[in-house]
Design a protein around this ligand. Structure first.
Ligand code: G4P
Length: 522
């Protein structure tokens, strides 16, 4: 069992849209032998044909809404890549996926540097001390100076960095990358489609000049001298603790720097890590199986209207047809057809190990955050919900379908599609999202999957704050004063829906003993 667990690398590739996440994923799959030519993996672009876009709405819009998993073997390692939605409106989904990975690769566009979404993603990684590797992409274009980029990464992402590969120039003069970690230069032919033969070059000999010319050879040697002077040795433990991010440079599209990244990644990235449950820390090599649901997607197979709940195995071995305890329902469940995911296929799996992600066919049994065990009562902590950015009243648009609508909303919220608040004053339901697209997905899915018609009505709100206080009288007083703005979330917690920043600030200064939280766990 220990061998199985030690060879697993479960991670996500995340990026600001357009930085090159899809291109990098594709190249990794090429190296893993999972696909033979690039272009087979889904992209978040409308014009590209999509192979792993599962939901109708995705096909219509060309946006990858759901998270999928790609597994492959590379040398002795078993790689599990968790794909995340390309569109920012589904950022919550990405954050949730980050609860199921042991490490993360962040892709940065070398010309644009750190972008808004990168900052937020890094924040989530920091919350959980997730080890992070940074891949600076698009070096075949005119980019910022690599030394400046390193400073920018360090400053904006608030993490120490250590380059482990180094670009030889950029833009039209880009020649490839030097592998600092292995002190080796591999030159590949640029290729958008396939993995090309590599040429190994000793940079301390004239051979280097022959391959990249004397100016660039000199520059590379000078850069490397400077790097060694400025950056301390790579500290593996600091990386594992989430304090240091190794940085790689390359061009995913042209397949430069990707193998350097992958080879180093499998060696330094953590195998499945211990997972904190409410009750205790769970070690991956424990004999008994434990796992939690971090994601639910609907309609993966358009012919069968079932959902798939994605389960991250935290410890032990999962076996098909074995009864496991569903903690929230206190019920034994046996899974007859759990699935595993290849690049574009899924197949039934008989056993899986800590670190793996399995798909469990689900008909409404699961909710995000549900825990499965062999009997022990454990609750794995998910990521708290963040206050939504946009709010709308959801109203029934077909009086005959009230029940369907209620059921649909309930199940979609279980899947974590958005957040639901019920206003305690008028009992109206308010849906909170990160972006407009989520409202459209909800409306579309309610109609297509539940035959229910909904209508959105505007509500002017600024933030949802989960409130608590050690002074019950003050809390009571506050809730009476703000009764029109008080709501309950799905867990029955009290939420204050502030309609402006000003109102929120006033409330904070008037009610000194009340704590206003912008996340659902505190
Ligand atoms: P994303 O998943 O992070 O959103 O990014 P994706 O890989 O789809 O890449 C976004 C765009 O950047 C694509 O161009 C892609 O070809 C391009 N790209 C990715 N890596 C590199 C690179 O290393 N160098 C250069 N020059 N471009 C790169 P597009 O025009 O939107 O799509 P396409 O028509 O090229 O497929």
């Amino acid at each position: 069992m220990n061998n199985e667990i030690a060879r697993r690398r479960t991670f996500a590739i995340v990026a600001h849209p357009d930085a090159g996440k899809t291109s990098l994923t594709e190249k990794l799959l090429l190296f893993g032998g999972q696909i033979q030519v690039a272009g087979a993996v889904k992209s978040n672009k409308i014009r590209k044909t999509a192979t792993s876009d599962w939901m109708d709405i995705e096909k219509q819009r060309g946006i990858s809404v759901t998270t999928s998993v790609m597994e492959f073997d590379y040398h002795d390692y078993k790689i599990n890549i968790l794909d995340t939605p390309g569109h920012q409106d589904f950022a919550e989904d990405t954050y949730r996926t980050l609860t199921a990975v042991d490490s993360v690769i962040i892709v940065i566009d070398g010309a644009k540097g750190v972008e808004a979404q990168t900052l937020k993603l890094m924040e989530v990684c920091r919350m959980r001390n997730t080890p992070v590797i940074i891949f600076v992409n698009k070096m075949d274009r005119e980019t910022k100076d690599p030394f400046d980029l390193l400073d920018e990464l360090e400053e904006q992402l608030q993490i120490s960095v250590r380059p482990l590969s180094w670009p030889i120039d950029n833009g039209a003069r880009f020649k490839g990358v030097y592998n600092i970690y292995e002190q080796r230069l591999n030159l590949f032919q640029p290729s958008k489609q396939v993995v090309t033969e590599k040429v190994e070059v000793d940079i301390h000999t004239e051979e280097l000049e022959q391959h990249i010319g004397s100016r660039q050879a000199e520059q590379l040697r000078a850069d490397l001298d400077l790097l060694e002077g400025v950056y301390p040795e790579f500290d593996h433990q600091a990386y594992l603790d989430g304090h240091l991010a190794p940085v790689f440079f390359g061009s995913a599209l042209n397949n430069f720097g990707v193998q350097e990244l992958l080879d180093c990644f499998v060696e330094i990235a953590p195998c499945p890590r211990p997972v904190q449950a409410l009750e205790r820390m769970v070690q991956p090599d424990e004999q008994k199986f434990t796992g939690f649901i971090f994601k639910i997607t609907a309609n993966i197979d358009p012919n069968h209207r079932s959902c798939i709940a994605f389960c991250k195995i935290c410890s032990g071995r999962f076996s098909r047809n074995t009864p496991y305890l569903h903690i929230r329902h206190n019920k034994q469940i046996r899974f007859t057809s759990p699935v595993q995911f290849m690049a574009q296929r899924k197949s039934t799996v008989d056993e899986a190990w800590a670190g793996d992600i399995i798909g469990l066919p689900d008909n409404g049994t699961f909710k995000i955050g549900d825990t499965l065990t062999e009997g022990e009562v454990l609750h794995f902590r998910g990521l708290p919900s963040f206050s939504p950015e946009m709010f709308k009243y959801i109203e029934n648009d077909d009086p005959m379908k009230q029940k369907q609508l209620a059921k649909g909303i309930d199940q979609l919220m279980d899947e974590g599609v958005a957040q639901l608040f019920v206003n305690q004053f008028n009992q109206r339901k308010i849906i909170g999202t990160v972006g407009q697209l989520q409202f459209e997905v909800i409306q579309y899915r309610l109609l297509n999957e539940y035959n229910a018609k909904c209508r959105w009505e505007p509500v002017h709100l600024y933030k949802a704050c989960w409130i608590e206080s050690e002074d019950p009288a003050e809390l009571d007083n506050f809730m009476k004063r703000k009764y029109q703005y008080m709501a309950k979330d799905r867990e029955g917690r009290d939420v204050f829906l502030a309609d402006s920043n000003y109102v929120l600030q006033m409330a904070q200064s008037d009610f000194k003993h009340i704590k206003f939280h912008f996340t659902s766990e505190f």
